[in-house]
Ligand binder design. Structure first.
Ligand code: PLP
Length: 403
């Protein structure tokens, strides 16, 4: 099974060994019966393979993990009840008091908040790095982990992944990549030297906005630790029904991602020339500073873009409140188009200086482009941008008349 599309459809699937069911059954059970006490002892001692309790593993979630590992080219994967459960379980498994970790800014605000508010409480020193020079400056053998998003949320910058990997490798740090935005269809970090991949599977992997899930993928021995420490002791297990839905969603990941990216490219090109839009952040645009990096690493620039409007929060609010087809909500990667104001929502945990330094400004709006007709999306954006402009003109004329 070598092609990505084939793996997306078949990996982890196949006839159920008990019943021959073609679709992976939902094993909706909390616990699994031992046929005698000796079996229970052997399972707990790790002398026998088998299912014990759904917080640790379950046949439906296991089928999903096999699929996810195949797609990322990883030895194994562990599924979680959310992206944050996956990220926090990995950190708790790998890091200990006295360690240092570095991350490339920006990242999802919830991850940022977890690093600042939780990891530091447990004695881990965090280095926030705005660029690769800053990263190089903080790296030492005390830094045990380097974490980054290859396509940044929400600014859509594409990092030079191999440069980051080489810097981290030089000090023996574990390289962890949050691959939520590109998904393994557009980019596979392990092929470029990263050690671990994490995901909010809530987004494109699911694709339908109807579940919350996360995943960690990497070497089998590390995934064993993640399962028996981070998952078992913290307890962020994915339910079997969500695992089933995710399996189903992933089967169409390649065709959905192509449709998202095609639409995003059209929308970005339209927005690029718009007089009400100060900047468009989308690496599919030739003019974008990350364009060459995107061509080097990504199959396409994906489905999320960001725009900057003049007039700060007030202008963004007018724009967002005027959208009719786009839904005003956080999250991304759904078949429906979504729009949000990161500085006041998803990225509100970021310190203000960091927001300023990496461009999470009050004028930034993030657009997750769905798979509707691009012309309809453009028409919706056009009418909402007219509202921003109209209001601005009214404000200006009011100002003018009062002077
Ligand atoms: C890049 C990224 N990583 C992680 C997360 C957290 O995932 P979840 O919401 O599934 O916990 C998000 C959520 O928006 C995200 O955008």
């Amino acid at each position: 099974m070598s092609g990505f599309n084939t793996k997306a459809v078949h990996a982890g699937g196949g006839a159920d060994p008990q019943t021959g069911a073609h679709a992976t059954p939902i094993y909706q059970t909390s616990t699994f019966t031992y046929f005698d006490a000796e079996q229970g002892r052997a399972l707990f001692a790790g002398e026998k393979e088998g299912y014990i309790y759904t917080r640790i593993s379950n046949p439906t979630t296991r089928a999903l993990e096999v699929k996810l590992a195949a797609l990322e080219g990883a030895e194994d994967a562990v599924a979680f009840s959310s992206g944050m459960a996956a990220i926090s379980a990995l950190m708790v498994t790998v890091l200990k008091s006295g360690d240092e970790m570095a991350f490339l800014d920006p990242i999802y605000g919830g991850t940022d908040g977890f690093f600042q508010e939780i990891l530091t409480k447990f004695g881990v020193t965090i280095h926030r790095c705005h660029d690769l020079d800053a990263l190089q400056n903080v790296l030492s053998d005390r830094v045990k982990m380097v974490f980054f998003e290859p396509v940044t949320n929400p600014t859509l910058k594409v990092w030079d992944v191999e440069k980051v990997v080489n810097l981290a490798r030089a000090v023996g740090a574990l390289v962890v990549v949050d691959n939520t935005f590109p998904t393994p269809y557009l980019f596979r970090p392990l092929e470029h030297g990263a050690d671990v991949v994490v995901h909010s599977a809530t987004k494109y992997l699911s694709g339908h906005g109807d579940l919350i899930a996360g995943v960690v993928a990497g070497k089998a021995d590390l995934m064993h630790m993640v399962r028996f420490e981070g998952l078992r002791h913290l307890g962020g297990a994915l339910g079997p029904f969500e695992a089933f839905l995710l399996m189903r969603g992933i089967k169409t990941l390649p065709i959905r991602m192509d449709a998202h990216a095609r639409n995003a490219q059209k929308v970005a090109e339209y927005l690029q020339g718009h007089p009400a839009v100060r900047a468009v952040h989308y690496a599919g645009l030739r003019s974008h500073p990350s364009h060459e990096q995107a061509r080097r690493y990504l199959k396409s620039a994906g489905g999320v873009l960001a725009i900057e409007l003049d007039g700060g929060f007030a202008a963004c609010a007018r724009f967002l409140d005027s959208l009719k087809l786009f839904t005003q909500a956080v999250s991304l990667g759904d078949v429906e188009s979504l729009a949000c104001h990161p500085a006041s929502t998803t990225h509100s945990p970021m310190p203000e200086e960091a927001k300023k330094a990496v461009g999470v400004t009050d004028g930034l709006v993030r657009l997750s482009i769905g798979i509707e007709d691009a012309d309809d999306l453009i028409a919706d954006l056009e009418q909402a941008l007219r509202q921003v402009k109209g209001e601005d003109q009214r404000e200006l004329s009011f100002l003018g008349s009062s002077i």
